[in-house]
Design a protein around this ligand. Structure first.
Ligand SMILES: Oc1ccccc1-c1ccno1
Length: 239
């Protein structure tokens, strides 16, 4: 997979050279290119924003630099990913979908956003996914690009040392992950659940599933499949 990121703060993406993405680049699984949007400006002040038509606070990112950046980078077969608070929710399912793409191009907006005409034009020639990583407001798309990249890249075949570890993660089966324990068996008077020391793999699997369902019902009732009924778990109604 090749990932390109365009930002006015390219150094923000430096962590992508570390840990998992860094390893993937070293093994050739990932090709990463970070670009400074100002490289596509034409004026001496390298202007990327201006006041919004219709008035209002803040600044809007000008279409010209983005248009030229996408002319160069949004080649056939590239999926444009635009982090935005108004995007579709980023989920593990969406991460799996994006992991099937050959190339991703992240457009990291700042200020009040990117001139809509840039996105409208891009829709006409590429797959464009406007994505939100949560219901809160950031100062720009860079943090979202980091999060989406990590969630996607770790799903690439050959990426994780042990692909088995991907199977039982939170959200992989639609549920939150069960609680985990390691040595020592007793810590500050707290014991590891005995079933985990029993060696009874069927009982361990059953306990882990029930714990995952209970945790999901308590913390994310919106994720609990309708088929699951738990008598003694307080399920707070989805807000
Ligand atoms: O709040 C933002 C500002 C710019 C780009 C993206 C975001 C955002 C917020 C949540 N997900 O993405």
């Amino acid at each position: 997979m090749r990932i390109d990121v365009v930002s006015i703060f390219p150094d923000y993406l430096a962590p992508l050279g570390l840990s998992l993405p860094g390893k993937a680049q070293a093994t050739g699984l990932l090709e990463l290119h970070v670009h400074d949007l100002r490289g596509w400006t034409r004026d001496r002040h390298r202007t990327v924003d201006d006041t919004p038509y219709g008035g209002g606070a803040g600044m809007v990112m000008k279409p010209e630099p983005w248009g030229e950046a996408l002319d160069e980078l949004l080649e056939p077969g590239v999926t444009l990913v635009v982090p935005t608070p108004s995007g579709e929710p980023f989920t593990q399912a969406l991460a799996r979908e994006l992991a099937t793409r050959d190339r991703l191009l992240f457009a990291c907006g700042r200020y009040e956003g990117i001139d809509q005409r840039v996105l409208d034009e891009a829709h006409g020639r590429a797959e464009v996914r406007e994505i939100s990583i949560g219901d809160y407001v950031l100062n720009g798309g860079e943090v979202a690009a980091l999060a989406i990249t990590e969630a996607v890249v770790r799903l690439l075949p050959g990426f994780m040392g042990n692909p088995e570890s991907l199977v039982e993660e939170s959200h992989e089966d639609g549920l939150l992950e069960y609680p985990v324990y390691t040595k020592p068996a007793s810590w500050r008077g707290r014991e590891v659940p005995p079933v985990l020391l029993s060696g009874d793999h069927a009982a361990i699997a059953a306990w882990r599933h029930e714990q995952a369902v209970r945790r999901t019902a308590a913390r994310r009732p919106d994720l609990v499949p309708a088929s699951v009924v738990l008598d003694d778990v307080e399920v707070r109604p989805a807000r």
